[in-house]
Design a protein around this ligand. Structure first.
Ligand code: UT7
Length: 330
């Protein structure tokens, strides 16, 4: 019998420095009202002197504790902000968590990274290549934002969220009921750091090319369309209707995007988990951080039907679904 992957633990980490909209409006031509009304974001956390791996280790340790586990067979880190261009961040995280010499690698799917990471973990479990996998979404966007660009600086935050997946039989609580993943590389320029890769290694004297850039308007449109289509495909795979979804946990880019996707799906707006008000857009970390918030707030309880959907640079997208198990968010 093919094993499925089930959620066994959930952990998070946030840097200590809280950055309010008010603080940003002191240095940028922006204001709290614009940021809140256009995005739903009220604050975010930015790390000072903390690397992505530091947050990943903390979230990973919390997820292992939540799962009551001190060993896994594999570590996957989804990130757009690795500690170094080379090597990957995951082996360092695995080593610092005391997980021995397990396979460890990064997933680069920008804001869809956590869902891609879950799918990689589930595939390894289904192929009997691992029985327990730690999947971490971790980001320090504060290190790649152009401090003078009001269209990106007000949106992104740092943080990490992690999940332990275990092999289980079909129907097990927390079992992932399938994945829908996709990409469209013809839209790669919509979200891009132009320099620093093999295409353009150095910035030729203009530092602008080394910063994260995003064309907000088209990204918004594609995010709504792709997340809606992908979540619909997942509902069909899971055999659920939109009306039976207890919580829609989408990538926390913009509250208006999540409301539009929920609308398109037919999921009621009070079933949408909102977390960007607290942490901003934390890219690959946003879905596990939102799940943990929902558990901590007492909204998400065992037995709830949860639909996940993400969209990010690449462009990439992905969805999954599960019935919530009895796991603490630490
Ligand atoms: O996480 C990966 C996926 N990312 C996303 O899904 C993000 C998708 N995009 C968005 O969420 C939105 O497009 C943004 C929040 C980025 C921007 O919101 P928008 O409603 O699309 O604004 P806009 O870019 O069309 O700009 C409208 C106006 C412009 O001024 P003019 O040209 O109308 O005079 C901007 O210059 O708002 C201005 N603006 C700002 N004003 C105050 C842009 N950023 C700001 C700002 N404060 N921070």
């Amino acid at each position: 019998m093919t094993a499925i992957a089930a959620l066994a633990g959930l952990g998070t980490a946030l840097p200590s420095r809280r950055v309010t909209n008010e603080e940003l409006s002191r240095t940028l031509d922006t204001d709290d009202q614009w940021i809140r009304s256009r995005t739903g974001i009220a604050q975010r956390f930015w790390s000072a002197g903390v690397a992505t791996s530091d947050l990943a280790v903390e979230a990973g340790r919390n997820a292992l504790r939540s799962a009551g586990s001190d060993a896994v067979d594999m570590v996957i880190v989804a990130t757009t902000t690795p500690d170094h261009a080379c090597p990957a961040t995951a082996p360092d995280v695995a080593s610092r968590l005391g997980l021995g010499t397990v396979p460890a690698f990064d997933v680069a799917a920008v804001c869809s990274g956590f869902v891609y990471g879950l799918a990689c973990a589930a595939a390894h479990i289904a192929a009997d290549l691992a029985a327990r996998v730690l999947v971490i979404g971790a980001e320090t966007y504060s290190t790649i934002l152009d401090p003078g660009d009001r269209s990106t600086s007000v949106i992104f935050g740092d943080g990490a969220g992690a999940a332990v997946l275990r092999a289980a039989g079909p129907g097990a609580p927390g079992g992932f009921l399938g994945f829908d993943l996709g990409s469209d590389g013809s839209l790669k320029d919509l979200i891009i750091i132009p320099d620093g890769g093999s295409r353009q290694r150095t910035s030729k004297g203009d530092p602008a090319g080394s910063y994260f850039t995003m064309q907000g308007k088209p990204v918004f449109r594609h995010a709504v369309d792709r997340m809606t289509e992908s979540a619909e495909a997942l509902l069909e795979k899971a055999g659920w209707t939109a009306g039976t979804v207890d919580w829609f946990v989408g990538h926390q880019a913009n509250a208006r995007i999540l409301r539009a996707v929920a609308d398109g799906l037919g999921v009621k707006s009070d079933r949408v988990i909102i977390d960007m008000d607290r942490v901003g857009n934390t890219s690959a970390a946003s879905i596990p951080l939102a799940l943990a918030r929902a558990v901590t707030d007492g909204n998400l309880v065992p037995g709830d039907r949860v639909l996940l959907s993400a969209f990010g640079g690449g462009v990439t997208w992905g969805s999954s679904a599960l019935v919530w198990p009895d796991v603490p968010a630490l």
